[in-house]
Design a protein around this ligand. Sequence first.
Ligand code: NIG
Ligand code: FE
Length: 410
Amino acid sequence: MRTLINNIKTLAGIEYAPKLRLQGKEMSAFNTIDDAWLTVEDGRFAAFGSVADGMPTGTFDQTIDAEGGMVLPSWCDSHTHIVFAGSREREFVDKINGLSYEEIARRGGGILNSADLLHNTSEDELFRQAMQRLDEVIRKGTGCIEIKSGYGLNLEDELKMLRVIQRMKEVSPAKIVSTFLGAHAVARGMTQSDYVKLIIDEMIPEVGRQHLADFIDVFCDRGFFTPEETARMLEAAATWGMRPKIHADELASSGGVEIGVKHGALSVDHLESMTEEEIDILRGSETMPTVLPGTSFFLNMPYGKGRKMIDAGLSVAVASDYNPGSTPSGDMKFVVSLACIKMRLLPNEALNAATINGAYAMGESQNYGSIAKGKVANFFITTPLPSVDFIPYAYTTPIVKKVVLMGKEC
Ligand code: NIG
Ligand code: FE
């Protein structure tokens, strides 16, 4: 199957030299070609070029008219919790009335509230709700996404969540990776140490045996899990081939960055309370620092040090954190705008953070995250736009006109 995409005003996010991630100054180029064409063969990018240099030859089974719009690689959202039941707008009002995230959690709200809702929701209904959210973000341009468990907090309900993600992987044209986040909060009625033991002795082995998760995550933060507990859980998961992606430094500088780097984490995420020493710890590591500006926006909290990390020569990814408590939105275009406005990333840097570096944070950057020969043809076509910078600048303007996943319009 050969497809030609023509009438492209700007083809953006092109990768010329294969790189698994972009670091520091490399992030400032989001390569473009004006008046371009693009071809797809059997679901992968085959070739691209400028019209001035000549159109591609041969016959095509299908032509997609970009109608003078821009073509961008799909967003790669490397941190979400979109399998959840219902919603938590009551806590939204509590927060406006002055309660903190931690106070709400201590009163049995927060994650435990979602765990109760999830327990009382059937697997089919959970799948239906999660697919609706996935469809919503696909329409907004996301084509590669990580989804975590973590609202089960007991073996059966964690497995239920992970089976829902498995079903989503099977039916969706978007690329999905799954993360086991049993250590999201201590289950109601259990002591911290009994719950950590349950995760290590029962949950991790069962998730491993059933091959239900690609990664392991722990909410390593003040009031949740300690670095020592985190290390033990990561070691147990490593024996089942689950690489870490850690929730670190959201509420306080928690030691999560150090533990993550030590255990070869693919990413450490949140980082709102990160210190200078932790920037040093990340230098020279394989770990992708991932900032979640939508969370800072919604919780009215400080933003992660995206600018500082890029200036220090590090890679940075941005992700949505779409979840019912701290970030009820998976709009990656808005995340890119916030990264620019609140973290002072340049538009090109934020776009790279939301595509190629997001793909790296899911272990998928050989196949996703840029327009490059051989990569999976996941991209979106925009309405006509004056420039790439317009994307984060026009921070509420919808721009996605057509979505193409695995080479097919959907
Ligand atoms: O990433 N920080 C921990 N977990 C989520 C929030 C989960 C919730 O409140 O439901 C987060 O922000
Ligand atoms: Fe999260």
